[in-house]
Every structure is written in C-alpha cells, then in structure tokens.
Design a protein around this ligand. Structure first.
Ligand code: C2O
Ligand code: CU
Ligand code: CU
Length: 464
C-alpha cells in the first residue's frame, strides 16, 4: 500500500509447499509463500516500510542487501524476529546461535528480540539499483537462504527512467541459485541434522555448499520466450557459494553478447561489453541483450562455463520469428558516476580473510557480535584492502564502494561501477575506496559465501 511519503509492504514468512521439480513437492521457507519472495519496488528517496511477520518455526532476520539503511533496520545478525507461535524465547535463540557456529561465543547483550513481527524502515536515499533481501540470522543464514528466504528489491529513479532502455516485461530480474534435492523433492543440505547444526569446518564445507540443480527465479533450467528485441536482464547470484561464468550459446555474431549497464550499486557511467560474465555470490550484473542479433527461431542457451554436467546450463531463451521494431537503445552515456579519490582517504585499513581447518576468520578473529573491527567516521573516505589465501566474495553493508585496484593493477573486467560485493581470489589483494555516510551504528563486513559467513568470517564495523 502507499500513503503520502511511504510505501508499505506486509510479508508473512511461512512454510510453503512448492512444485519446483515436476510432480514433486518441496517444502520451502518463504517470504509470502513464493520463492523467490515478492519483488519489492521502490522509488529512490521515498521511504519503504516492510513489516515482516514470522510464522516459521525458527527466528529470522531480514537484511536488505545493497540498501543504504539505518542500523536499526539493517538486519543485524542478532536482531531476531522470534517465531509468532512462541516456540522460542531469548535463551533458546541465544543457545541456537552459539551452537550454530563453530567455536562461537554468544553474548546476550547484543540481542534485540521482536516477538513475531518487526517493521523495517528503508529511507532508500540511494540511486536506482537492483537490491535483494535475504535472511541474515547469525549462524543460520546459509540454511535460511538455502530453504528459500531471498527476494528482489528494485529501486527506480528519474535518471534511469529518462534512458531509452528496455522496460516493462523486457526488464527481467533473474535470481540464479543452485540447490540439491532429496528423492522426495525436499531441499537437501548436506552434512547437517534437520536443525542445521554445523559439524564445524570440514573439507566438504571448504568451498561452501554447492547444489547440482540450477534454478532461475526458483525454476530449474527454465525456458523464456523472447522477441527479436533488446532485453534488460538483471542477474543476481543468490547461491550460497557457487560462482558462475555466464555465456550465451550460440554467441551472437561479433561477440559482446552482454552489454553491461549496471552493477551492484546501479548504472555504470557508460556500457561495458562482455562475451561472458563472472558472477560471485551476491553480485548483480545489469545487462542488455539484443536478441535481434539472432536469426528467427534460434534457441539461445545461457551456459555456466564454470560448471559441469547439470550445472553447466542455466536457462534458455527461445527467440521469436518476427522482426518487431525496437525503440530502445543503450546510450554511450548512462549516468553521472562520481569517482571517489583514494588519494583523499583519511585511513587505509587491512583485512585479511583466512581459512583454515580451525575456522574462517577476518584478521584472525572469528565473528563476535558487538566487537568492532573498524570504527569509520561518517563523512570520511577510507581505503580498505582485502587479502586472502582462498576464494571469498567480500561484502560491505551501508555504503557502496569502488574498486581501486586488483593485485596493484587496474580493477578487473567485472569490478566496475558502484559495488557492494567484490570477488576476492586466492593470493589476491583488492583495494576498495568507500565513503561512510548518514547512519551511525554497527554494520557488517563479511564473506558472502554463506557457509564461510556463518562459520564466523564476519565482522562488525561501527560508524560514528
Ligand atoms: Cu547479502 Cu550481509 O549480506
Ligand atoms: Cu548486505
Ligand atoms: Cu569466503
């Protein structure tokens, strides 16, 4: 619903039986009965309030990923909505979170409990962008997201609307996830008991949990019919841990199938052309594909070049036979993107992401709610330097950043624009520049491989 200055949404989180595989029922944890959850559509600068009611059997936390959000509504991992059925009290919730994580200590002092319902307020003082919302409960994010708690939240603004880009049913958000299924159709998450207690960091968890069925918007290997026209495809990798290298097959003549117009934080200054897209967990790539470059009737497969067997294919586009007129284009100038100057940074901070048999750490610390790894001053620019011995998609809450360098060289092909997640690869160093703005409080820095995140590769930073 909508009133003068606010758009309001009501979402009930509940178990739903979905038909994901033909003829089988999958019990999912859902936002409002669907997977993905309902797409929330907001206007830049206009407040959106989302009221979540928890009819699931476990506590939940809602985080708007990419949202420029005050701390109280950001989905801090211990700001729980307890089940409305009263099955949890503070003690059980705390016990669960401590047990859900390898070697985790749980201090009740940071817990902020809501009974059954919580309203999240999103001022959305930010540019048009493809955001998404998902669960963020400490120690259980991997389980909740795997079971279905993820959805799109799109923000529009005037700048974007003035552009002659494809819109309406030719603007398609595509949430890519991988899942495994048991024979009866239920989601199968390996190596855990039904309560999702974790056995610790084992070999099978090193890379996070991978599924063998690729779902797009909750459907396995779907087929989408397209006209011979330009389409805007908003790719989101909402997988727990899988990286994809997306490529169209066949490639259009002359290559450059994907014309990238945006990244995590909205439009790029100008389009960038790619034959393939490497997309790490939580990243978004906003691209235009011109299907008029294909002959009528072509079946265009979207492949995953990092996959094999069943994970090598993502979906298919069946190109129509007509030759409709297209009044859309991709202008060479898309947006005014201000570059942050790393030379003006008041501080450079180092964050080392380490994986070992003992656990996943940032600067040798396992996640502990309330402990700050950094205290940035609001209004100041900082350079954050990420290093690792492994593979980790690194995500920052609150403010988007720009990638300054990768291994002391220029940013990579997929690092452009405003980002909130950057793919950090083994033995790499990535520097980002970020300006912290508007909201004081605790926010998170973490690996978005959800198994790594839950097993303590997360830290608070407190803006002040
Ligand atoms: Cu998408 Cu802190 O997460
Ligand atoms: Cu986030
Ligand atoms: Cu990681």
């Amino acid at each position: 619903s909508t009133s003068g200055t606010t758009d309001s949404y009501d979402i009930t989180q509940r178990v739903a039986e979905l038909e994901i595989l033909p003829g089988l029922r999958t019990k999912a944890w859902t936002y409002g009965g669907t997977f993905p959850g309902p797409t929330i559509v907001s206007r830049s600068g206009r407040r959106t309030v989302v009221r979540h009611r928890n009819e699931l059997d476990q506590p939940v936390v809602v985080h708007l990923h990419g949202g420029h959000t005050p701390a109280a509504s950001d989905g801090y991992p211990t700001s729980l909505i307890l089940p409305a059925n009263g099955s949890y009290d503070a003690h059980r919730a705390a016990q669960d979170m401590a047990g859900g994580k390898h070697g985790m200590s749980m201090d009740h002092g940071t817990m902020d409990l809501a009974e059954g319902v919580r309203s999240y307020t999103y001022p959305l003082k930010q540019r048009a962008a493809t955001l998404w919302y998902h669960d963020h409960r400490m120690g259980y994010t991997r389980a909740s997201v795997w079971m279905g708690l993820a959805g799109f939240h799109l923000v529009h603004d005037d700048e974007e609307e003035r552009l002659p880009l494809p819109g309406g049913d030719r603007d398609i958000p595509l949430m890519i996830t991988d899942r495994s299924f048991a024979e009866d159709g239920s989601f199968r998450y390996p190596l855990v008991d039904p309560e999702f207690h974790t056995p610790g960091v084992t070999d099978a968890y090193m890379n996070g949990v991978l599924g063998d069925v690729v779902l797009v918007n909750g459907a396995p290997w779907p087929v989408h019919e397209v006209e011979r026209l330009r389409y805007r495809l908003r790719f989101l990798n909402a997988s727990n841990a899988r990286l994809y290298k997306l490529e169209l097959d066949p490639q259009p003549e002359g290559g450059d199938a994907f014309v990238q117009i945006g990244s995590d934080g909205g439009l790029l200054a100008g389009p960038r052309r790619h034959d393939s897209l490497e997309i790490a967990p939580a990243e978004r790539f906003d691209v235009v594909v011109d299907f008029s470059r294909y002959r009528p009737g072509t079946k265009v497969r979207l492949l995953n070049r990092f996959g094999d067997g069943t994970t090598a294919e993502v979906m298919r586009f069946d190109v129509g036979s007509g030759s409709p007129a297209d009044d859309t284009t991709v202008p060479e100038k898309l947006s005014e993107v201000v570059s942050l100057d790393p030379g003006r940074a008041s501080v450079t901070r180092d964050f080392h992401f380490r994986g070992s048999a003992e656990g996943w750490t940032i600067n040798d610390l396992e996640y502990q709610p309330g402990r700050a790894l950094a205290r940035p001053k609001l209004g100041q620019t900082e350079v954050w330097r990420f290093t690792t011995n492994f593979h980790h998609p690194i995500h920052l809450h609150l403010d988007h950043f720009q990638v300054v360098s990768r291994n002391n060289r220029d940013p990579g092909a997929f690092d452009h624009g405003w980002k909130d997640t950057v793919d950090l690869r083994p033995a790499e160093a990535v520097e980002v520049v970020v300006r912290f703005t508007d909201y004081a409080g605790p926010f998170m820095l973490h690996c978005h491989n959800l198994e790594h995140e839950d097993m303590a590769m997360m830290g608070d930073f407190i803006t002040e």
